[in-house]
Structure formats: structure tokens, C-alpha cells
Design a protein around this ligand. Structure first.
Ligand code: ZN
Ligand code: ZN
Length: 254
């Protein structure tokens, strides 16, 4: 597979499987569970499904599918069904609402050893949603100076990429510095500037992009990422997240 390097960013051709972050400790896991790779991994590093406790499973597809249930295709502005009669823009495709076990799984992804889990969540999202018509999958980046060892949005993007056969283009960067302790909600309570993100990847002109994050709360971060993609001459085709907060009937945050 062709791989392009531009500075610290990596780009991969369809499938996206050349990215180091699309592998898990050097083991490329399959979308079925448990794979031989997982069983081998379990011998040296025991893992259990965080949802049912099953040994040698990073997260069972059946457990994830039970959480996703019906495909959530929503309006990002009012969280009503997509298409929305009041708001325009691409659909927000989610795995589940941000509560209960879906929320717990997101916390495990972010604060546990979530590297293998992220790809699994991507597989689960790709099982429940048909691939939007698009050319690229673009993950939200970690904030500048982050000490996190992996980008959970990129891992989810890798899972989507392998099933939907679309390349991951990891070209978005925060254009601003956040204090290390500032979490997502702290950032979004502040008014994110229109140019919160810059683009450091290859040309997107005339392309359609799927923008991926782990969770959508106010929608502001995804909105600013979409603005960066539009400035590059591309069209956001869809947003994809694992969980989404319910916000029916409220106006969009700045
Ligand atoms: Zn399970
Ligand atoms: Zn709406």
C-alpha cells in the first residue's frame, strides 16, 4: 500500500491499514472475535471484554452490537432524526446516546488501555451504518501538547476505514494551544473560534470527507473541523461518533 509522509502526519491509501495507529501493539486484529491474534495476545497480556467479561476478547462484536441497536442518524443541531426540516448539513451518525454502558465504554476507550478498543468501536459503527458517499475519513486530532499515547478518534477512524474501504487522512491539527487540564467541555464552553483547526494534509479540493470523533456533546468541535475541511475546498459528507448527547429542542452552542 502506498504511504505518504508529510511531517509528523501519515496518510494511507484505501483501507488505511498502513498507519501504525491502525495496528494494536503490532497485531492487526480482525473484525471477528476472538481472532487468533487476540488469543495469542491474551496469553501474554490477558484481556477481557469490558461489557460481558469474556476472556480473550477486547470487546465482543455481539456486545457492541447490542449497544448500537438501531442506527442513529441525527441532525447535529437539534438531535432530531436526519434529514431535519429545520437544519441543513451532513448527518451525525452515532453508535449510541451518551449514557449507561455506551458512556462507560467511551470512558474505557479514553482512560483505560483503549488502543484495541478504538478499532473495535470503529468496526461496530461500520456494521450499523452504511458507508456515506465520501473519499476520505478524517479523525479529530489530539490537542496540542496532549500526553495521551493514542488518539481514540484515529483508532475509531481506522476501524471504519477497514470496513468501508476508505482511506484515513490524519491531516487536521488544532490551531490553538489548550491548557493540558482543559477537557472537551471546558473547551466548548469557551467560544471556539471559526479557525480552531488548521489543515496540514494533502489537497482536499473537490473531495467529500467523513469527520470522526469519539463523542459529540455540543457539536462545536465537529462544526469547527467541518469548517476547516470546507476551507480546503472539500465537502463534509457525514460526522461519525461513538456516542452523542441528547439535546433535543435546544439551540446550537457557539
Ligand atoms: Zn462481551
Ligand atoms: Zn435539526
Amino acid at each position: 500500500m502506498k504511504q505518504i509522509s508529510t511531517g509528523r502526519k501519515r496518510y494511507t491509501d484505501p483501507g488505511g491499514t498502513n498507519s501504525r495507529d491502525c495496528h494494536e501493539g503490532g497485531v492487526l486484529l480482525s473484525s471477528s472475535s476472538p481472532s487468533l491474534a487476540e488469543l495469542a495476545l491474551h496469553l501474554v497480556w490477558p484481556v477481557r471484554c469490558p461489557l460481558c467479561g469474556r476472556a480473550a476478547s477486547v470487546a465482543c462484536p455481539a456486545c457492541l452490537d447490542a449497544l448500537t441497536g438501531e442506527a442513529l442518524s441525527l441532525c447535529i443541531d437539534c438531535r432530531g432524526p436526519y434529514p431535519c426540516g429545520f437544519h441543513e448539513g451532513p448527518p451525525l451518525l452515532a453508535g449510541a446516546f451518551h449514557r449507561g454502558r455506551a458512556r462507560d465504554l467511551l470512558l474505557a476507550l479514553k482512560y483505560g488501555n483503549g488502543r484495541p478498543l478504538g478499532t473495535r468501536i470503529g468496526f461496530a459503527l461500520a456494521r450499523v451504518h452504511l458507508p456515506p458517499e465520501a473519499d476520505f475519513i478524517i479523525p479529530l486530532p489530539l490537542h496540542r501538547g496532549s500526553t495521551r499515547s493514542y488518539n481514540q478518534a484515529l483508532l475509531i477512524a481506522c476501524g471504519l476505514s477497514r470496513t468501508w474501504r476508505l482511506p484515513v487522512v490524519d491531516g487536521l491539527s488544532w490551531a490553538m494551544q489548550w491548557p493540558a487540564q482543559a477537557g472537551r467541555q471546558a473547551r466548548e464552553r469557551l467560544s471556539l473560534p471559526e479557525k480552531a483547526f488548521s489543515w496540514t494534509g494533502p489537497s482536499l479540493r473537490g473531495k467529500r470527507a467523513i469527520i470522526v470523533d469519539d463523542v459529540c456533546t455540543t457539536g462545536t468541535t465537529l462544526d469547527r473541523a467541518a469548517a476547516a475541511v470546507r476551507r480546503e475546498g472539500a465537502v463534509p459528507a457525514a460526522f461519525v461518533v461513538w456516542t452523542v448527547t441528547e439535546r433535543m429542542g435546544k439551540t446550537k452552542a457557539p
